[in-house]
Design a protein. Structure first.
Length: 171
């Protein structure tokens, strides 16, 4: 339940939205899923990732560079070079990815540093926000790349069965 809530949290403020997961993090997740599902073919070139994931080239390079610095992916030079996962997909979590691109997840600054809140001792929401932050972080820590891939594969199979069923119905 928390995972579903996490992916749909949007705060509205004067017709603007603040998204919990930014576009570079989303692109990174897509790149990592592509690398994980194509790992048997060897390193994947940046050009293939850009084309398959529909990510602007310069943005993809920046993302791959950050993923490399975080030791989530590794790069290979040469004509058959490219990128591959540096860790098992079951070891890479949504929290790892998000923190690589967005820094620590903090709902409010006072949750990171008690001295940032002048009313911390009498604050009516602090305990609840701490609990929410802990739940979100735990859900993100438990959501691995491997779990995302399994969910994607289940959804693809369901979609294929539904398409087949629709074709049988129309015949």
């Amino acid at each position: 339940m928390t995972i579903v809530i996490l992916w749909t949290i949007v705060v509205h403020n004067m017709n603007k939205q603040v998204h919990l997961i930014k576009s570079d993090t989303d692109y990174a997740i897509r790149i990592l899923i592509h690398l994980a599902t194509n790992n048997k073919a060897g390193p994947v070139s940046a050009a293939v990732l850009v084309k398959e994931q529909k990510i602007p080239m310069e943005f993809a390079y920046k993302i791959l560079q950050k993923l490399g610095k975080a030791k989530i992916v590794r790069s290979f030079k040469g004509p058959k070079g490219g990128f591959s996962l540096a860790q098992e997909s079951r070891q890479i979590t949504l929290l790892n990815i998000m923190e690589t691109f967005q820094g620590p997840l903090v709902i409010r600054p006072c949750l990171l540093d008690d001295s940032a809140c002048p009313v911390r001792l009498s604050c009516p929401v602090s305990a609840q926000l701490r609990k929410l932050q802990k739940n979100i972080q735990e859900s993100m820590r438990n959501l691995t790349l491997a779990r995302m891939i399994r969910a994607k594969q289940r959804n693809s199979r369901r979609g294929a069965r539904a398409t087949l069923k629709n074709k049988e119905t129309t015949l």
